[in-house]
Design a protein around this ligand. Structure first.
Ligand SMILES: CCCCCCCCCCCCCCCC(=O)SCCNC(=O)CCNC(=O)[C@H](O)C(C)(C)COP(=O)(O)O
Ligand SMILES: Nc1ncnc2c1ncn2[C@@H]1O[C@H](COP(=O)(O)O)[C@@H](OP(=O)(O)O)[C@H]1O
Length: 275
């Protein structure tokens, strides 16, 4: 299979981690009663969701550029061509993230799929339905006048307190978590080994201890910029945990697989085009 797709065994191995995680989350959800599986992490407002996943591409970019900045001085695989390839893959993945979740000649791909499969934003109040070309009256009687729309984004629908329902809604979380983690794992593997991560972790612990002793800017700066592998490893742990939580609690199984399929598409294109 890996040979047919022209990807390495390692890339194929990384790709299998995602359906396994989603399947595990799904099985746990089936096996456990809601009381046990509902916890802090299953709230949409939990800090890891709001601060990290919802800003997922920002964090991906920050740790990626920290990594790239360290590569020339610390990786034995660093050369002009590998650095260029890496940067192109990041740009390709970023473009795909934008197209899928932010903008694609109008609505982003995930919202286009939802609308084309019969979904809409409904239950919109008159105060929010200002642009009449985008909203139509959904129900009107003496008590309430509500609008619906098939031409606004899911983000806008959420912002105006509408209800996004009715269509096939591919998961944005599964998409960003798998796209980001695949990109970061493959970029780390391009330049470093597991042994490098262990060495960096040991140095990181020493550097942290030094910072707590001195609490100076001089010891804080290296702590922030010299340990990208450690920060990426920590982010990956969070990403897989959040993917597991999404798999347990949000979306249908098929919508999660659709989110994953779109992230595979982006990574596969970036590998085939730029590697
Ligand atoms: C020598 C030291 C060098 C240090 C270098 C650091 C340099 C850092 C450079 C940073 C460059 C940033 C460039 C990228 C900019 C961004 O990505 S900004 C965008 C941030 N926004 C996000 O990340 C949003 C992510 N969220 C979503 O896409 C969606 O919310 C979702 C997760 C897909 C879910 O969809 P919902 O509809 O919300 O459910
Ligand atoms: N791991 C997780 N933790 C908390 N909330 C999650 C989550 N995964 C998905 N969600 C929430 O479930 C909804 C569907 O997610 P998505 O379509 O991106 O996969 C989103 O709600 P909101 O749109 O109200 O933020 C999202 O925040």
């Amino acid at each position: 299979m890996a040979r047919k797709l022209k990807i390495s065994k390692f890339q194929a191995f990384v790709a299998t981690l995602y359906p396994l995680t989603i399947l595990l989350g799904q099985l746990v959800a089936i096996a456990s009663p809601t009381e046990i599986t509902s916890n802090y992490f299953t709230s949409k407002r939990n800090i890891f969701n709001v601060l990290f996943v919802k800003k997922g591409w920002l964090w991906t970019s920050v740790v990626y550029f920290l990594l790239l900045a360290r590569v020339p001085a610390t990786s034995r695989y660093a050369n002009a061509s590998s650095l260029q390839q890496s940067l192109k893959q990041y740009v390709c993945a970023t473009a795909w993230w934008i197209f899928y979740s932010q903008w694609f000649f109008g609505l982003p791909i995930m919202d286009k799929v939802f609308i084309l499969t019969g979904g809409q934003c409904s239950g919109i109040s008159p105060a929010a339905a200002i642009d009449t070309s985008k909203f139509k009256v959904m129900s009107s009687n003496l008590d309430e006048l509500l609008y619906s729309s098939s031409s606004i984004t899911s983000a806008k629908c959420r912002a105006i307190k509408g209800r996004w329902h009715g269509g096939h809604d591919p998961s944005g979380h599964v998409f960003i978590l798998s796209l980001s983690s695949m990109l970061l794992i493959l970029e780390c593997a391009r330049f470093y080994s597991l042994q490098d991560l262990q060495t960096e972790w040991a140095r990181f612990k020493q550097s942290t201890a030094r910072f707590w002793e001195t609490r100076s800017l001089q010891t804080a700066t290296p702590l922030l910029k010299d340990y990208p592998l450690v920060y990426i490893a920590l982010l990956l742990v969070l990403w897989f945990w959040m993917l597991f939580v999404t798999s347990m609690h949000f979306h249908s199984f098929v919508e999660k697989l659709a989110g994953l399929a779109f992230s595979y598409l982006g990574i596969y294109a970036s590998i085939r085009l730029f590697q």
